[in-house]
Design a protein around this ligand. Structure first.
Ligand code: ADP
Ligand code: MG
Length: 493
């Protein structure tokens, strides 16, 4: 692999050792399960959570004489993913056999792509808090998943579940462009968002549809790359961060002690928060890759690629840029809204024809806050976009105050209904009738002569009076009118 130094060292990210600074270098290999009903080379189902060996065809079980037949849907999804990663699509690619023995691999080899992958170089842009980082994608190739050995079902026997055997995976390999645990987490998060937008992988790390192998090395800033260790199969974004923090410090301590790093494969122990050795480079397999004689090279036309490109959904970076430009949102708010397509669509429906910043505020702070608390998704939100829009319309029209709007939101959340009708029926309208407000203001002033005297000296006490009037009016008085009247009556400029 040709390594081009893409980044200049940034002291903010250095690890401080006893003998000076160290820079962390990270590259990731992500295995993403292709969203498709059938496996890569057989018609067996990919449905999650079925009984062991329920989803196994003769091909997946590697019965003699069975031939793999490429699933075109998986190819289509890999090309779409490549396009989403702004990558080179290779019109010709080759499936190879990666030979090794393992009980959960009945073929005795994994069909993968080695020298000629379906997708070449691409990139992923990370929006870090104070900079934008471009991470190179080295390649994306298609391969089969293996089965699963089960050792905890019986005291003296192990079983094999081949449900995953032959399921299509996309291995997405980054360049060693990441320089901190935060960047690595942001990379995985962003990749996951892109895959979900494309609908090419559901990104469920807890179901194993997305797993990361994390390569970590450390070096003195400005020097060449150090020896790396590869932490296998990390299955959550948080664990990726923890594994990197631990591993970088472990390597730094060894090097500062005058030792050297052995290139090895390690495992992350989530309970202890540590990585530990699994096998060293010396024990590494020689896979004896060769082109699979059962499969022709994979070929398709540029016209097919163009057709898929024309059909891609709006991707997160573009959507974010549009939200900032068209709706005047902050980058921060836009990031939150584009993290899921459903959230972005919900927001756009609320914002349509309305004050977009107010809409973003209500969607992010009130609605998402509440959805998170109750474990809801946007898709199952008890308050629809139209209902939320209705609440915002009532605020904008001055019919209800911001405070009443929150009460109204609660009512719509738990009881449903049309916001305007609820306000009408329950007498929640803001009182803008000056006479009615004035009566309450007079009453509060009359009841608190000492405070009135104090407020003349100390105008900040006005807030207390506003609070009293609002309380007395059950939040329905127009706050601006209350403020104006109080100033006038107490005699504050
Ligand atoms: P392999 O042939 O073992 O798969 P690659 O050269 O393809 O190795 O790299 C695998 C992953 O390791 C890539 O994600 C790459 O960015 C990363 N990587 C390579 N060198 C380093 C290094 N010195 N430190 C950290 N990561 C690295
Ligand atoms: Mg590798």
């Amino acid at each position: 692999m040709s390594i081009v130094e893409a980044r200049t060292p940034d002291p903010k990210k250095f690890l401080k050792g006893a003998t000076g600074d160290w820079e962390i270098v990270i590259g990731m290999e992500v295995h993403a399960q292709v969203t498709s009903e059938a496996k890569l080379f057989s018609g067996a189902s990919t449905e999650f959570g079925k009984a062991p060996n329920a989803n196994v065809s003769l091909v997946d079980a590697a019965m003699p004489g069975m031939l793999p037949v490429i699933n075109e849907e998986c190819v289509r999804q890999a090309i779409r993913t490549g396009l989403g990663l702004k990558a080179q699509i290779n019109l010709k690619s080759v499936f190879d056999r990666k030979n090794y023995f393992y009980p959960d691999l009945p073929q005795g080899y994994q069909i993968s792509q080695f020298k000629q992958p379906i997708v070449g170089e691409g990139k992923i842009i990370l929006d870090m808090p104070d900079e934008q980082v471009e991470v190179g994608v080295e390649r994306l190739h298609l391969e089969q998943d293996a089965g699963k050995s089960m050792h905890d079902q019986h005291p003296s026997m192990s079983f094999v579940d081949l449900n995953r055997s032959g399921v299509a995976l996309m291995e997405i390999v980054s360049k060693p462009d990441l320089r901190s645990a935060d960047e690595a987490k942001a990379y995985l998060t962003k990749l996951r968002i892109i895959l979900r937008y494309l609908g090419t992988c559901d990104g469920n790390m807890d179901q194993g549809s997305m797993r990361a192998d994390v390569n970590v090395s450390v070096r003195r800033p400005g020097e060449g790359f150090g020896t790396r260790c590869e932490i296998k199969n990390v299955n959550s974004i948080r664990f990726v961060g923890q594994a990197i923090e631990y591993e970088a410090r472990r390597q730094m301590a060894i090097l500062e002690d005058g030792g050297k790093i052995d290139q090895e494969t390690r495992l992350f122990d989530a309970v202890k928060g540590e990585t530990r050795s699994m096998r060293s480079k010396e024990e590494a397999h020689d896979y004896r890759y060769f082109p699979d004689p059962d499969l022709l090279p994979l070929e398709f036309s540029q016209a097919y690629v163009d057709e898929l490109a024309a059909d891609l959904p709006e991707l997160p970076d573009d959507k974010k840029a549009r939200f900032i430009a068209d709706y005047g949102l902050s980058a921060y708010d836009a990031d939150i809204l584009v993290a899921e397509q459903a959230s972005a669509a919900f927001f756009e429906q609320v914002a349509k024809g309305r004050d977009a910043k107010l809409a973003a505020n209500w969607v992010i702070n009130e609605l998402f806050g509440r959805l998170n608390k109750e474990g809801h998704e946007v898709a199952t939100s008890p308050v629809s976009a139209d209902q939320l829009g209705g609440i915002i319309d009532l605020i904008k029209a001055g019919t209800i105050s911001g405070k009443i709007a929150k009460d109204l939101f609660e009512i719509v959340w738990s009881e449903g209904g049309d916001p305007a009708a609820i306000v009408e029926e329950r007498g929640m309208k803001q009182v803008t009738d000056l006479g009615a407000i004035e009566a309450v203001v007079d009453q509060i002033i009359a009841a608190n002569p000492d405070k009135v005297a104090q407020a003349k000296e100390k105008p900040t006490l006005l807030g207390w009076f506003v609070g009293q009037v609002m309380k007395e009016s059950k939040g329905k008085a127009n706050p601006q009118a209350v403020n104006d009247l109080l100033k006038q009556k107490i005699g504050i400029e």
